[in-house]
Design a protein around this ligand. Structure first.
Ligand SMILES: [Zn+2]
Length: 159
């Protein structure tokens, strides 16, 4: 898969070495803008993927560390479903994509970059982009700055 140069991605990789622990747990406890959080629920929250396949590639994740799709409790499963639906609505308002893929990677061999803190991908799709499998299992960077994308989706969420 073609990899495009993106300065914020380099910045993230450089800073990743200095940070301990799980990126989702840091985002759960940290600042929305710094961690690209677009919406918070009671049991789960929504943030931008720092390695997006497309503009607006969202991740919906429980606050709880150490669970993936099979281990979600009732409240987490329901809210993650609802946040996925609300994410589709917000992305439709912000970007008007032509479709979506939603999915989970369970286990490193399935393509999960972070295996200890499960998360659902919500990926907007447009005619002419690539097939479903590389969407969830590989990395492709798009040329829109993530801070601007986060602001746009967070505003669309409030409408
Ligand atoms: Zn975590």
């Amino acid at each position: 898969m073609e990899r495009l140069w993106a300065p914020w991605r380099l910045e993230y990789i450089e800073r990743a070495d200095e940070q301990d622990g799980c990126v989702f747990c840091r985002a759960a406890e940290g600042d929305d803008e710094e961690h690209l959080v677009v919406h918070r629920g009671a049991h789960a929250f929504v943030l931008l993927n720092k390695f997006p396949y497309a503009s607006g590639h969202l991740l919906v994740t429980p606050y709880r560390h150490g669970v993936n799709f099979p281990e979600l409790d009732e409240a987490e499963a329901l809210e993650i479903h609802r946040l996925g639906a609300a994410g589709i609505a917000a992305l439709t308002a912000a970007y008007a994509p032509e479709g979506f893929n939603l999915g989970w990677n369970v286990g490193r061999n399935a393509g999960a970059g972070i295996v200890d803190h499960g998360h659902m991908h919500v990926v907007p799709r447009w005619r002419g982009d690539t097939n479903f499998m590389p969407v969830l299992a590989d990395v492709k960077v798009i040329p829109e700055h993530l801070a601007e994308t986060r602001r746009r989706i967070a505003e669309a969420w409030e409408r």
